[in-house]
Design a protein around this ligand. Structure first.
Ligand code: GLV
Ligand code: MN
Ligand code: MN
Length: 444
């Protein structure tokens, strides 16, 4: 049996509940170190299954939109897990759940780790949930196995990640006050949503942290793409997270009778929007690179078969690791929109919804993740993240690292999203090991 097979055997035993704490000596036999803490994989996977009931939909995934009733109920469930894990959870003014575990040296800056539990509409059970519950599991296992870190620990469940990293951007100071007026996918204004989950948006300055206020941030997440599976790698080490800019696009034409208005006298906002969708795709694919552009939501008004649409509201989203590329794509797309407006007798207006800045991970944390995975007998691949994560906001405050585990068939943001229990356990153990290594270093 090679090291990787051994690690998977251990992980599988943990996942099936066959390996108790008393068996940990078997793991130490292949490591030079004294007894090493490991997560309780069976408990972690059980908690994941329990969390998936909040917002479960008939397709097998979840719809747990930020600030919805099921989001609030799921957060209550998570608060219970944190208390069971002997953590002390609080809800900050932005609505983030932050659960603390003291370290040996209270003067040290805290190490933060966690993820989110809100979902996209008709999303999956693993996006955010794996990292959130693994963080709680790591903290609980450390306690049960008698490990106290030097740094205080803070397990964080960020609020409204899917809507645009609202919780983490409040903490990093990137949330603009006017964004509190945006309407979230659950229909609530952001400020009302924050109140609904126990925060208070008029006190957001209290959650603000500055560069150097944290000793580090770690996030475990599913890859959400197919690279790790294709390359037979157990663990992804994220080198950087794409920047994301989103706009609301309003196309204004003139609503008129669909039977009596000749084709050459129309100001059809939906026709203009259709050309716009095509122009976005052509522009983004006209240059080499990994940049992506999407029109993901579109609505025509008044929305009747016999009325020419007078207005369309849609979204535009652009992503790349290089912010200047996003900006130049946007310049080109808006110039094309102006031309389409001229051709169709319509006008285009763009309102920025939010922006997530691109973020490289810290190379020193990447090395700690690589060492941890290697010690666990797991193979790794260094890769970019095409998905946005709270880690990119928190990267502005201190050294950040992200750990990916494979997504089966690369499916995510969909009910068929799936990661194998043994990969989840591997990821949680890499998180724990990396956390302990990060705790041991003194970086200035
Ligand atoms: C978050 O999941 C995103 O990439 O949109
Ligand atoms: Mn996520
Ligand atoms: Mn997501």
């Amino acid at each position: 049996m090679n090291r990787r097979e051994f690690a998977l055997t251990i992980a599988g035993s943990v996942a099936s509940g066959a390996l108790g704490t008393q068996s940990l000596g078997r793991i130490t036999s292949w490591r030079a170190a004294p007894a090493v803490p490991r997560v309780d994989g069976a408990r972690l996977n059980r908690h994941l299954a329990e969390l998936s009931r909040f917002g479960a939909n008939p397709q097998g995934g979840v719809t747990r939109l930020a600030y919805s009733d099921v989001d609030r109920a799921a957060r209550e469930y998570v608060l219970g897990l944190m208390r069971d894990a002997k953590l002390t959870p609080t809800i900050d003014a932005a609505g983030n759940i932050i659960a603390s575990r003291p370290g040996r040296d209270a003067a040290r800056k805290p190490i933060l780790f966690g993820s989110h539990i809100d979902s996209v509409p008709e999303g999956g059970n693993y996006d955010g949930n794996v990292g959130s519950l693994a963080a709680i599991e790591v903290a609980q296992s450390l306690g049960e196995q008698g490990v106290t870190t030097r740094h205080p620990l803070q397990v964080v469940v960020w609020q409204n990640e899917e809507g645009g990293l609202y919780g983490s951007r409040a903490v990093s100071g990137q949330l603009r006050p006017e964004e509190l007026g945006n309407i979230s996918r659950s229909g609530k204004q952001i400020s009302d949503g924050i109140a609904f989950i126990g925060g208070n948006s008029s006190e957001l300055t209290t959650v603000r942290r500055n560069k150097g206020d944290i000793a580090g941030y770690l996030e475990l997440h599913i890859e959400q793409g197919g690279t790790l599976e294709r390359d037979h790698a157990d663990i992804g080490i994220v080198e950087g997270i794409v920047g994301i800019k989103q706009w609301e696009v309003t196309v204004t034409g003139f609503a008129n009778h669909a039977g009596t208005t000749p084709m050459d006298q129309r100001h059809d906002a939906l026709l203009a929007a259709a050309r716009f969708v095509d122009a976005v795709n052509r522009t983004v694919t006209s240059i080499p690179g990994r940049q992506v552009g999407t029109v993901g939501r579109i609505q025509a008004f008044p929305g009747a078969p016999n009325v020419i649409p007078g207005q369309v509201i849609c979204t535009l989203e652009l992503r790349d690791l290089d912010e200047s590329k996003i900006d130049s794509l946007f310049t080109s797309i808006s110039a094309k929109a102006t031309r389409i407006g001229g051709d169709t007798g319509t006008t285009f207006a763009f309102r920025m919804l939010h922006e997530n800045v691109p973020a490289p991970s810290d190379p020193r944390v990447r090395a700690l993740i690589a060492d941890s995975a290697r010690e666990l007998g797991l193979t790794t691949k260094v890769m970019p993240s095409g998905a946005g994560h709270d880690a990119q906001a928190i990267a502005t405050l201190g050294p950040m690292g992200m750990i990916f585990i494979p997504s089966v068939a690369g499916i995510s943001h969909a009910p068929k999203e799936f990661s194998k229990p043994e990969d989840i356990v591997n990821g949680a153990n890499v998180l724990m090991e990396t956390l302990l290594k990060l705790d041991a270093v003194d970086w200035t």
